[in-house]
Design a protein around this ligand. Structure first.
Ligand code: HEC
Length: 163
């Protein structure tokens, strides 16, 4: 006959095992995006907002834009130029992503929304131009393309940023 404490011990061990299993299952579900997998035809659920994109992609210091700017002041090697191009591609893609969002100001009617989308498209195209310019691995050429991107930051902020 097992003692009471042995049985309790076994019960707790069983519970702990189940809890661990549940935790693993939850983390897998969270990591793999269950909705997109479960319903293949549904549009992916948006995650990042305008402010996330501005800080992670566009920020003058911490964003990809800031990283490319710093790189052009201090270029390294071929791998560095390549990485800068990857970042520029994501800046361009952020123009596409921004198109599906709405800004805090200036897009309340159809004309405003059209303007916002045009800014997003212009920004995307400036990002593409930056990516192309970086392929030449010439800091001056890259800086010119960066200036074109900066002009789009300002144009959009003038119409749609509230802070
Ligand atoms: C298509 C429009 C658009 C473009 C292009 C754009 N921004 Fe923004 N940006 C916004 C809007 C709108 C906000 C305000 C978001 C809010 O407060 O909800 C903003 C906010 C910001 C912020 C403040 C984020 C915060 O935490 O409050 C920074 C920094 C910023 N932008 C930098 C940039 C830079 C640098 C670029 C260019 C490389 C750029 N943005 C390009 C629309 C744009």
């Amino acid at each position: 006959m097992r003692s009471m404490s042995t049985r309790l011990g076994l019960a707790f061990a069983g519970l702990a095992f189940l809890a661990l299993g549940a935790a693993v299952a939850v983390s897998i579900v969270t990591d793999s995006g269950p909705q997109a997998v479960a319903d293949g035809d549904a549009a992916p659920e948006p995650v990042a907002g305008v402010t996330n994109i501005m800080n992670a992609v566009n920020h003058e210091e911490h964003g990809f834009y800031g990283m490319i700017k710093a790189f052009c002041d201090n270029p390294t090697d071929k791998a560095g130029w390549k990485l800068a191009r990857h970042r520029a591609q994501m800046i361009a893609e952020s123009g596409n992503t921004l198109m599906g969002k709405s800004p805090p100001r200036g897009a309340d009617d159809a004309a405003g929304l059209k303007k916002w989308k045009q800014h997003c498209a212009d920004f995307r195209d400036a990002g593409k131009g930056l990516s192309k310019a970086l392929a030449f691995r010439k800091p001056d050429r890259a800086k010119k393309a960066l200036a074109a991107v900066t002009a789009q930051c300002e144009a959009c902020h003038n119409d749609h940023r509230s802070n």
